[in-house]
Write a protein that binds this ligand. Sequence first.
Ligand code: SAM
Ligand code: SF4
Length: 432
Amino acid sequence: MNEYDSNRILELTKKINFFSTSDVNEADCYVLNTCHIREKATEKVYHHIGRIKKKFKDKKKPIVIIAGCVAQAEGEVLLKKEKYIDAVIGPQSYHEINNIILEKNKAKNLKVNKTEFDVIRKFDELNLIKNRENKVSSFLTIQEGCDKFCKFCVVPYTRGPEHSRSFSEVINEADQLIENGTKEIILLGQNVNAYNYKGKKISDLIYELNKKTKLERIRYTTSHPNDFSDDLVEAHRDCKKLMPILHLPIQSGSSYILKKMNRNHTREEYFKILDKLLKVNSSMKFSSDFIIAYPGETQDDFEKTISLIKKVKFINSYSYIYSERPGTPAAKLKKINEDVAKERLVKFQIIANEIKKNYRQGLVNSFVKVLFENKSKDKNSYFGRDEYFNSVMVKSSSNLCGLIKNVKVKDWTHNTLYGELNDASKPKEFAA
Ligand code: SAM
Ligand code: SF4
């Protein structure tokens, strides 16, 4: 979502003749877009500012703006502690950036703190600015914020309450992206399947996008088990452009811990969703997020998480040790011993990696359908993603960008599949 936001910030600033530069040294304005989800986020900001200070030691100081969730959570403290920072803008206030830059240019000593939850105004202003993103695969925010208040999470405090953009706003922006050459749209939201605009749900958006002839692929992230209604399951049956991969965070395999986290669903209910999806589309695969060593997690609870990953065989498991976030209810709970936590994380990751390794090894000599996104630095290689969002590299002397090709997997690493083009593959016929 920060990538989407950063692109929109860039589009906004073009209005006042500010453009992105690949050479930091020549920047007149420096925007650092931040994430606050795990610890050390604020320290990273101070480190980064330290580096910028060094770079501009003998030059004119740029306007320095901290955007995103660290700005929202720690704005006033940042401004007081680090004088080099000129402004902080929360994730729902970044439509104000041009005013801040213009005012700052007039009053050198001005310090600005914009951290209101003004999400409706933000999107009203953004709708006036075309989304000129011309990537093969583009993000599109449809929903923001969260009302779920999991006990460990800062998002409800930093991004604010749930807000869904209007159906027509989203489709208009999708049309702009498709016109610019986008072939894949990734619908985004903190709880993307909580999208609800006057009764229109995410499934309605997917059915609508599925009709767009020039669009090849649709994905969405991140969804929450509690909002996984049957209409979305059916979309996976009906919409051929909707990719057969679902990232559905569960956090823990123990229903007891899920309850303590305030996730409001059990392990069994999670399995039911996956079963329903597999029933309508047997090629579905899954990935998930895990929090290891949440306060109160016993060895038995941890083993339940292990048994869950062995059962589902997630093709990607993102795992982190529980990170205490100031202001969240879980911050008051007694933390698990650090050595035990690290031991559990290592065990989890060994097993998760073994599952991933077996999956990837099984792909060798099979064919995957790849939508190519760009040429890599090594001039003759192209980067793309298969239907399951796996990164794929192939060598080719002709331009593959924007095409879907059948690729035979020859080798793999943890991050990338390496393949060769199947001579018989033709661009259009292999569209999902
Ligand atoms: N809304 C999504 C959901 O509930 O599944 C997830 C969004 S959250 C921004 C992304 C991931 O960050 C979560 O799935 C969780 O695993 C991780 N996360 C959030 N707070 C955390 C914390 N305090 N410690 C460790 N991981 C955390
Ligand atoms: Fe955070 Fe997701 Fe829980 Fe919302 S549902 S509080 S974003 S983990």
